[in-house]
Design a protein around this ligand. Structure first.
Ligand SMILES: Nc1ncnc2c1ncn2[C@@H]1O[C@H](COP(=O)(O)OP(=O)(O)OP(=O)(O)O)[C@@H](O)[C@H]1O
Ligand SMILES: [Mg+2]
Length: 338
């Protein structure tokens, strides 16, 4: 099964579901790193683990690929208990982007990217072409970068190499531990955008760790908020997390500006009402039907208007008022219909 799954880049299975069942980890010194976590990540979904330093995020990732064994509970990948699988076989199906990148300093970028294919015994030519294909995919010209060593790259470029290396053997699952943390906010924004494009193309099942709530909201299909002692506080879509934090603690964690963040992840359609009730429709600002409430607010603010017209293929299909932007029940309908 593995061989076909790993090498399958086309029609077959390219992603797998992940289930954590009452997962817990107590280290030998008594540290409770992970309390009791149960959650599902659907095939092709991106789940974010977020929480303060030391709350067990890396420990969860490392239990998924069996670098660490759980103290209790189970992990299923496509319904199969990972503890029954050979760890080496298992890790071939799982790409891992290590916290702080972890490239091999004395190997070229191409050799770094080809690490897992080499372990799998691919021939040299195939490893080289796969490595170059991946570098291309993450936006690094192989002609320019493949022969360099990690210290000859910027921090952001090294992080992209880390992502390319994790994707090299076309894994079913990708684990990413703070993959974009070592770069400034502007480069991080660019990397995140590239990464979203990449994910739209490869559709892996991804578990990504971050400290950054904006990154979580931007990238995650669902977000797991963890607290000290590896306690799962909430597991929800970005829109749900921002509009209905499950507790005071989550609410504080997602921040006082969560209202604005929520707008950016909520489709404009859910807050629309019929255009019929609007006067002087031609003079109002417009927003595309595929946009978010954030886009609608931006249009209102720049034209000092209380309404915005939603257009699709150049035709008005509805309108949104400024008060509707902050109408949370509407937003829920929008989030589920998105
Ligand atoms: N081998 C170990 N022995 C004992 N305690 C450990 C061990 N490894 C990690 N821990 C502890 O387990 C807890 C969770 O660690 P983990 O690395 O999973 O945190 P994290 O959420 O990834 O933190 P960060 O955001 O700083 O990377 C921490 O309190 C840490 O000190
Ligand atoms: Mg960590």
């Amino acid at each position: 099964m593995d061989a076909t799954a790993i090498n399958d880049s086309g029609a077959g299975r390219t992603a797998a579901s992940i289930t954590l069942e009452n997962l817990g980890k107590v280290y030998p010194d008594g540290t409770v790193a992970v309390g009791d976590i149960s959650l599902d990540v659907g095939a092709g979904e991106l789940a974010v683990l977020i929480g303060p330093s030391g709350c067990g995020k890396s420990t969860v990732l490392r239990m998924i690929n069996r670098l660490i064994e759980p103290s209790k509970g189970r992990i299923l990948i496509d319904g199969e208990d990972v503890s029954t699988q050979d760890p080496v076989e298992l890790r071939r199906k799982i790409g891992y982007v290590i916290q702080n990148v972890g490239l091999f300093p004395h190997q070229t970028i191409r050799t770094n990217v080809g690490t897992v294919p080499k372990l799998l015994g691919w021939d040299r030519k195939k490893i080289k072409s796969r490595a170059d294909e991946l570098l291309e995919l993450v936006g690094l010209d192989p002609g320019r970068y493949a022969g360099r060593y990690p210290h000859e790259l910027s921090g952001g470029q090294r992080q992209r190499v880390g992502v390319a290396r994790a994707l090299a053997a076309d894994p079913l699952v990708l684990l990413m531990d703070e993959p974009f943390s070592a770069v400034d906010p502007i480069v991080r924004g660019r990397l995140q955008e590239e990464f979203l494009r990449l994910q739209a193309a490869v559709r892996k099942t991804i578990v990504l760790v971050t400290h950054d709530i904006d990154e979580a909201v931007r990238l995650g299909d669902r977000i797991a908020v963890l607290a000290e002692g590896g306690r799962l506080m909430q597991y929800a879509s970005p829109a749900e997390l921002l509009s209905h934090p499950a507790s005071q603690a989550v609410s504080e964690f997602v921040g006082t500006d969560r209202g604005i963040r929520r707008l950016a992840v909520t489709p404009v359609r859910g807050a629309m009402r019929p255009v019929g009730q609007i006067e002087e429709i031609d003079r109002l600002p417009t927003v595309e039907a595929g946009g978010t409430l954030y886009d609608a607010l931006a249009a209102m603010l720049t034209s000092d208007s209380l309404n915005v017209v939603v257009v699709e293929d150049g035709k008005p299909v509805g309108a949104v008022s400024r008060s509707a932007l902050f109408d949370v029940p509407n937003e829920e309908a929008a989030a589920t219909s998105a």
